[in-house]
Design a protein around this ligand. Sequence first.
Ligand code: HEC
Length: 115
Amino acid sequence: MDRPRRAFAFWQERIAFLAPLTAAAALIVATVPAAAQSMAPPGASTCSGCHGSGASASAPGSAVPALQGQEPEAITAAMQAFRTGRREATVMDRIAKGFTDEETRAIAVWVSQQH
Ligand code: HEC
């Protein structure tokens, strides 16, 4: 009778030891996609310095319009208009000139997805 009980205690100890490790592993697995999502394409993180994001997003009617919630196509089109001078700007013409069409598109998709 002694032997099975010892074996039980043996496994009980090991399971108690493994449980926190399993929880830690699950946490790491859950965190990785969130971290990947927050990786901004080059240049994109500078936009929020003026346009804001989340709770600090520009208020409606502000001189710096909010970008979050806008369609990526609208952001891309505005950037192209700024770059070519079709749309008048105080700063965006110069900023838009710093990005290629491809970079602009990647930034537009990313900023439109920020909450
Ligand atoms: C230095 C501050 C500043 C930064 C940095 C900035 N913007 Fe702007 N943005 C503005 C201002 C101000 C306007 C209004 C147009 C103007 O006067 O240039 C504007 C307007 C826009 C608009 C037009 C939005 C609308 O609803 O009419 C888009 C799109 C835009 N910015 C995209 C971007 C993107 C993308 C980035 C990052 C690459 C960026 N902005 C970085 C200040 C900034």
